[in-house]
Design a protein around this ligand. Structure first.
Ligand SMILES: [Zn+2]
Length: 287
């Protein structure tokens, strides 16, 4: 007894989690949501309220002609009801270049209007173009956000040290995608691992490669028993609840004051469920 060296686990004692993050609220999200719902995986869709309903088709050299129109505001609640909606600034602006008053307006107005559509407070944000600085991070915190995604691939399964610099594992088009999936499935996790993939729905049309996502999700099914499929916000909720655990001085009692069951593995012993709102006595049994 005494000092604890517990390892956090995800719900049901799982050590692995998978999450997705897709930006811009494009019309291809309709197909993407159907795929995600079919595989029962969770994605955070980051939208700019001010451009919802905006119509545009683009011709980019080397890609198929692509419709990058945005979904209509009226369909947001129903379309994403099994997924998570996050913010992406009102007009998809570089928030580091706008000047603070207008940047704050873009963040707040986007959040306020999206919250009206989905009828819940938004937790996650994705930096437009991946641009951010300390000032932007502070503005997001002031607006009530609890995390924000970058566009920096880490090629690892680390949980974010700073949720406002949440770096994904990789983009869906990355050539290492399936190698990472293979590693994620087959290598044992000695600490909680998160496989986090991001992109834009329109890219699948432009590159004519929808099969990439189907193949990835099909492949991950073999690990379904060991993987927690969660939205970004669900992961944040879990990490925050875990950080609020209360410990007795000798480490034998752990109280979970949150409303969700939490799981952990003591240094010695089996995975333990710390029930919501209760105090659990931990018996460390040397292996
Ligand atoms: Zn974007």
């Amino acid at each position: 007894m005494g000092k604890r060296f517990d390892i956090m686990l995800f719900p049901e004692g799982k050590a692995k989690a998978f999450s997705l993050s897709y930006d811009d609220g494009v019309v291809q999200d309709r197909r993407l949501v159907e795929i995600y719902n079919r595989y029962q995986v969770k994605c955070t869709f980051n939208l700019g309220y001010g451009v919802l309903g905006y119509k545009q088709v683009v011709d980019v050299p080397g890609k198929r002609r692509t419709d990058i129109s945005k979904v209509e505001p009226e369909e947001v609640q129903e379309l994403y009801k099994n997924q998570e909606v996050g913010g992406h600034s009102l007009y998809h602006s570089d928030l580091t270049a706008l000047g603070s008053p207008y940047a704050m307006y873009e963040i707040l107005e986007d959040k306020k209007q999206l919250e009206k559509l989905v009828q819940r407070p938004l937790k996650m944000f994705a930096y437009p173009f991946g641009f951010f600085n300390e000032e932007v991070k502070d503005m997001l915190k002031t607006a009530g956000y609890r995390g924000a995604r970058t566009v920096k691939s880490m090629y690892s399964f680390e949980l974010p040290e700073d949720p406002f610099e949440w770096n994904p594992t990789c983009h869906h088009k990355d050539e290492r995608l399936m190698d990472l999936a293979d590693k994620f499935i087959h290598e044992p996790a000695f600490k909680p691992e998160l496989f986090y993939v991001w992109g834009h729905g329109y890219e699948f049309d432009g590159d004519d490669n929808w099969q990439i996502m189907e193949d990835l999700l099909q492949y991950l099914q073999q690990g379904r028993e060991e993987i927690w499929f969660a939205s970004n916000g669900e992961i944040l909720d879990y990490l925050e609840a875990f950080s609020r655990l209360e410990y007795s001085v000798d480490g034998s009692l752990i109280r979970n004051p949150s409303a969700m069951d939490l799981w952990m593995k003591p240094a010695f012993g089996r995975a333990v469920c710390l029930k919501a709102g209760t105090c659990t006595e931990i018996e460390d049994t040397p292996l």
